[in-house]
Design a protein around this ligand. Structure first.
Ligand SMILES: Cc1ncc(C[n+]2csc(CCOP(=O)(O)OP(=O)(O)O)c2C)c(N)n1
Ligand SMILES: [Mg+2]
Length: 891
């Protein structure tokens, strides 16, 4: 093989080579490069069929994909657009510089937008369709650090005031502008949070896919809508950025356009100083099945290309690495003449008549509206594959000595008056000298040619962007609790898990005509784990091409059915991807105007822990839907060991302010919670989402106790009251561990004569939130009647100490400590790494079993003087508790 490889790189017969090249040259001259391409592909194919091993080269020459002579012509008034863009550049810079003058610590970015201004402008003036467009409008993911430029445009459009611009990064008093795109903070403006690098691209891919899903299922006509995603070249190093591009290629998401702003720099320095990021990305995207459009060189280079008969210029372009390209823009025309063109005398000759300034003006493709227009229109009309546009730009374009192409530029938020003057001169913004110190905003006036042009363009394209649909979103008529009647009743002798109960709840929803079609079940290759495989056949698994094969289990009732109208999203083993699909569905009420009800069910350990940043973004985006953490509970998922056994996720979900989480034990609790979630999110339009853990332990479920609903929703209700007695304790439990508390109540009663009330704590997290809210209100309003937290109301007249146990870390149940009337509150939990064993042994190991709950109760009574030391030690022995046992959190 090595010898064969050597032959590929050595010319063993130069004359023969020359003859072939001449033939090809003739084809190119007479029939064009497309024909030449066809012939080469044919030759390659022929050689492969003859047994040759020909790995393909995924990269092309370091030049624009669309040749100068081809490509659609820019139809706009480019001179006017240049002026508009210059004003936007100025106002973006002014926004940041003014903010940094006011408060040194506020921060802000100039360089990112400076490099991207033309990328956005061409889009806003000619391509991005707004929400009133008959086709439904496009979804544009804006690179987070470019937000000042987007505000600057909205200011000219009259959508943002000068006062608001001055409130950039000063939001606590209401009117300010958020640092980056955050729908939570600017709910009528931003749609997609993108500043956590990588989240924009991966969510955009699944968004584009979800639009196709809605279309194929006949729920919304999305055939004309495009998803545009702008990202940084440095950002492509995030696994999330490239991790799902093969899905887009495979699914042929021609409604998806990525624009990578290849300014060759990230925060610290060059993205690929020793290589070429554009070439690297070209190979990666092409390999993943994308249409790749490189926009490297601007129009000023065209004259030089025309003279490059021997391909020497192209060769030099290929040789130079990004670190050098950065130098050319940082150090100017003379430097570029010497170091770039100077390498070959012929190239020096080529630029001999050009001044250093002319050389400096040789522009990059990403700053040339003509080249970008050609690329964007090609991407828009391409109907076969997703397109990525790799646009070469200069980071800090226009900042001159204050940062242009310099390593410090990313964080440059200050510019002195001299730098501001140069910026003004470069872009010709009419600000008088004496005002330069204050860096005033510039608005040419509503009647000016510039503004009229901008508004006319946006009107023709269907309205302003970004713009988020918030008001008048669709609400749904959701089923009442009676739809889940079966779940509210005892299972009798039948033992089922909460996972199974969930499947039944879901089935009930899928039977409800009002909302059935809106339900989106999502799995990441774990449906069988949760006993949901029956749905494959029943609902179908969505596939844009249907099913091109006979499934291996076609003779079975529940075969693996792929279908173009399939309802289930089976994402394969990508929790991040499944989460992105969930986000797309959960925000569809706003992005498409149809409220969808996604249920993403997954291994709870691979949820918040794995894709926590997406869960955070979902909160920011005001996602509405259900996350179902399956096989939850550190000791309840018993055999899977350290990696799988989840005792943490409830602490992580508690960190997302609008995530409402529950750890139910019984089927009726689950039904009440899901119904309430439907009501809050889809009937009332509240911007919350639900996280519910379900488990795989089978047991019998009782009837719903009378009047339990309110407590289930609020997080605590009395499950069984013990008798009145001298010695009494309050036991709290959640998830499967509640049943240990019930068992402990029996032991306490029978073996120790202690009475116990048993409470089901469906959500320690909601109890805490309510407690914190009441405490805050009471502190600020001492003259008003005090509000009493729900947990306090429940427990205030209840005698005896309180003991809580859950299958999560102690911090989970500890959340309510401050709101208990009782002083004695003992919390048991599963801190530490999990391990494999039987449930019984694991609960013993983590000290959350019935015996530990019993012992903790007796210990609390002892502390209150209701039990002697002798009685306590006797109990400890009787319960088999080893005082010398190592702390499970530490071993
Ligand atoms: C997940 C994440 N990690 C780190 C950062 C910090 N950060 C912000 S911008 C930036 C560099 C961005 O470079 P690039 O993607 O090339 O964008 P440019 O500004 O050059 O267009 C970094 C590291 C972040 N925002 N998100
Ligand atoms: Mg960059």
């Amino acid at each position: 093989m090595d010898q064969e490889t050597d032959k590929i790189h050595t010319d063993t017969d130069a004359q023969e080579t020359q003859e072939w090249l001449e033939s090809l040259q003739a084809v190119i001259e007479h029939e064009g490069t497309a024909r030449a391409h066809f012939l080469i592909e044919k030759l390659v194919d022929y050689t492969r069929r003859s047994g040759g091993y020909l790995p393909y080269d995924a990269t092309t020459a370091y030049i624009n994909t669309i040749p100068a002579a081809q490509g659609k012509r820019h139809p706009g008034n480019t001179e006017l657009e240049y002026r508009i863009r210059s004003i936007i550049r100025w106002n973006a810079m002014a926004t940041v510089v003014r903010a940094s003058k006011r408060g040194g610590e506020l921060g802000g970015h100039i360089a990112s937008f400076a490099s991207a201004a033309t990328l956005y402008d061409v889009g806003f003036n000619h391509f991005f369709r707004g929400p009133e467009h008959p086709g439904g409008g496009d979804l544009v993911y804006i690179q987070g650090h470019s937000s000042p430029g987007i505000y600057a445009r909205a200011y000219l459009e009259g959508r943002i005031t000068e006062a608001q611009l001055d409130g950039f990064r000063q939001e606590s008093e209401g009117e300010g502008l958020s640092s980056y795109p955050h729908p939570w903070l600017m709910p009528d403006f931003w749609q997609f949070p993108t500043v956590s690098m990588g989240l924009g691209p991966i969510t955009a891919i699944y968004q584009a896919r979800f639009l196709k899903y809605l279309h194929d299922r006949g729920i919304a006509d999305t055939s004309e809508r495009k998803v545009w995603c702008f990202l940084g070249d440095g950002e492509t190093d995030e696994p999330e950025s490239l991790g799902a591009i093969s899905l887009a290629g495979r699914e042929k998401l021609s409604n998806l356009i990525f624009v990578v702003n290849c300014n060759l720099q990230r925060l610290d320095g060059p993205v690929r100083g020793n290589g070429k990021i554009i070439q690297e990305l070209e190979g990666v995207f092409r390999g993943a099945g994308w249409n790749v459009l490189k926009v490297i060189w601007g129009s000023y280079w065209d004259k030089l290309f025309a003279k490059d008969h021997k391909g020497l210029l192209r060769k030099r372009m290929e040789e130079a690495v990004d670190g050098e390209y950065q130098n050319y823009k940082a150090k100017g025309g003379a430097y570029t003449r010497e170091h770039f063109f100077g390498k070959y005398p012929e190239l020096l000759e080529m630029v001999a008549t050009m001044t250093d300034k002319d050389i400096w003006r040789l522009n990059r493709g990403g700053h040339d509206p003509h080249k970008l227009y050609a690329a964007y229109s090609e991407a828009m009309s391409y109907t076969k594959l997703p397109t990525v546009i790799l646009a070469k730009t200069v980071k800090g374009y226009g900042m001159g000595g204050a940062g242009e192409a310099q390593n410090i530029t990313h964080q440059q938020k200050k510019m002195d008056t001299e730098a501001v003057r140069q910026f003004r001169d470069r872009f010709g913004v009419p600000i008088p000298d004496e005002q330069l110190d204050e860096v005033p905003y510039y608005h040419p006036g509503g009647d000016s040619e510039e503004i009229r042009y901008m508004l006319e363009r946006r009107k023709a394209l269907g309205g302003f962007l970004p713009q988020r649909r918030r008001r008048e979103v669709e609400t749904l008529e959701v089923p009442g609790l009676e739809a889940f009647e079966a779940q509210l009743k005892s299972t009798g002798e039948r033992e089922i898990s909460t996972t199974m109960a969930f499947t039944r709840v879901l089935t009930a929803l899928l039977r409800d005509k009002r909302i059935a079609e809106r339900v989106v079940p999502i799995v990441a290759d774990e449906a069988r784990t949760f006993g949901m495989e029956g749905m494959f056949r029943q609902l179908g698994i969505y596939s844009s091409v249907g099913q091109l094969y006979t499934p291996v289990d076609s003779d079975q009732l529940m075969f693996y059915k792929e279908d173009q109208k399939g309802q289930i999203l089976q994402e394969g083993i990508t929790e991040a991807g499944a989460m992105c699909s969930w986000i797309a569905a959960a925000t569809s009420y706003s992005t498409t105007g149809v409220a969808m009800i996604p249920f993403y069910i997954y291994y709870s350990m691979f949820g918040f822990q794995r894709v926590g940043d997406l869960a955070w973004a979902a909160g920011d985006m005001r996602a509405r839907g259900f996350l179902i953490g399956g096989t939850a509970g550190r000791t309840t998922l018993n055999g899977e060991g350290l990696q799988h056994e989840d005792g943490n996720s409830h602490m992580m979900s508690a960190m997302v302010p609008n995530c409402v989480s529950y750890d139910p034990t019984f089927a009726y609790e689950l039904a009440v919670i899901v119904q309430d979630g439907l009501r809050r999110m889809y009937a009332e339009g509240q911007d919350v989402y639900y996280y519910i853990t379900v488990e795989n332990e089978n047991y019998t479920h009782p009837d719903m106790p009378e009047g339990a609903e309110e407590g289930i929703r609020k997080g605590l209700y009395l499950l069984q009251g013990g008798r009145e007695g001298q010695k009494k304790v309050q036991l709290l439990g959640s998830g499967a561990i509640l049943r240990e508390a019930i068992a402990a109540a029996n032991i306490l009663e029978q073996d120790f004569g202690v009475a116990a009330d048993v409470w089901s704590a469906t959500s320690f997290t909601e109890l805490r939130r309510d407690g914190v809210e009441c405490a805050r209100w009471n502190r600020l309003n001492p003259e008003q009647e005090a509000r009493i937290p729900w947990v306090t109301q429940c427990l205030r007249d209840r005698p005896g100490p309180v003991v809580a146990a859950s299958d999560y870390v102690r911090a989970f149940a500890d959340q309510i400590r401050g709101f208990l009337p009782q002083e004695d509150y003992i919390v048991l939990g599963t801190d530490g790494f999990g391990r494999s064993d039987t449930r019984e042994k694991l609960r013993r190991f983590f000290e959350v079993d019935r015996f530990q709950i019993t012992y903790a109760s007796l210990y609390a009574l002892y502390r209150q003087g209701q039990l002697s030391m002798g009685e306590l030690l006797g109990a400890r022995e009787k319960l088999g508790i080893d005082p010398a046992k190592a702390n499970p959190a530490l071993v």
